[in-house]
Design a binder for this molecule. Structure first.
Ligand SMILES: [Ca+2]
Ligand SMILES: [Ca+2]
Ligand SMILES: [Ca+2]
Length: 256
């Protein structure tokens, strides 16, 4: 190995190390397990944290206290949908994007949501646990996920709707029925700043409420394969060891 090869190897490794240092080891979805209440989340409408067995989850509902609906969990009313200043505008969605079929008068009327902005790299995976709770047949919950500059282009068909009228079971969460806990997963095709919104809406009328439980929202970096990404200091340590190893070998070669 000549000197040029040694230097090329060292600088190649240092280049890799500086890349690793500039990429955060942990992705930036904060308080995705809601163990710190609703910190780091923007909330609209009726949202609170429900804690059972030492575990906290976000609970969103369409229940308005003004309708005498005792399923309300925060004392705040759900926001109306489909008008300026309503739920869609708060979330950055365009008016009408939450209506399943406005031409046939199947429109979202009022609802609640949570939102958080974060940065993802290509190949990162977003996962979260959700449970749709309902006393109705047309209400639904949704996930809206888009790059921050593309959020307003989402339509109803781009939303992930969280409801399953064929698979509902009896609920122990204050509502008649629920889907049970299910997991949502999405792998990002490109890096960027993304906005994640989760919400629940009344459809057609404001009666018979629905709710959404959310927990364990997290971003997993692409190169973990189930293992933790090495800390930057550890990577730098490997590079320095490699560099020392090479330079001592170079001395030996020079002394021959
Ligand atoms: Ca939790
Ligand atoms: Ca309803
Ligand atoms: Ca309602």
């Amino acid at each position: 190995m000549n000197k040029l090869t040694v230097f090329t190897s060292i600088f190649g490794l240092l280049g890799a190390a500086s890349l690793a240092v500039s990429t955060p080891a942990e992705a930036a979805i904060l308080n995705g397990d809601f163990e710190n209440s609703l910190t780091n989340w923007t909330t609209v409408g009726d949202v609170n944290v429900q804690t059972t067995g030492g575990n906290s989850q976000a609970l969103l509902t369409t229940a308005a206290t003004s309708d005498g609906d005792n399923l309300n969990v925060s004392g705040k009313e759900p926001n109306y949908v489909g008008f300026d200043g309503g739920l869609e505008e708060y979330l950055g969605l365009s008016l009408g994007s939450l209506d399943p079929d406005a031409n046939n008068f199947i429109a979202a009327i009022e609802g609640s949501a949570i939102q958080q902005t974060f940065t993802a790299q290509a190949g990162d995976s977003l996962t979260l646990d959700w449970n749709f709770l309902t006393d109705d047949t047309q209400d639904y919950a949704f996930i809206a996920l888009a790059k921050s500059n593309q959020l307003s282009t989402l339509s109803y068909n781009n939303l992930t709707t969280l409801s399953n009228s064929n698979g509902l079971i009896a609920s122990n969460n204050g509502f008649q029925s629920e889907t049970g806990v299910r997991q949502y997963s999405y792998t990002f095709a490109s890096a960027g700043t993304y906005i994640l919104s989760l919400g629940v809406v009344d459809v057609t009328d404001v009666a018979s409420s629905s709710g959404l439980l959310v927990d364990n929202v997290k971003l997993t970096p692409k190169n973990t394969d189930g293992q933790k990404v090495p800390e930057p200091n550890f990577i730098l340590g490997l590079v320095l060891l490699g560099a020392f190893g090479l330079s001592s070998r170079q001395k030996k070669i020079n002394s021959l």
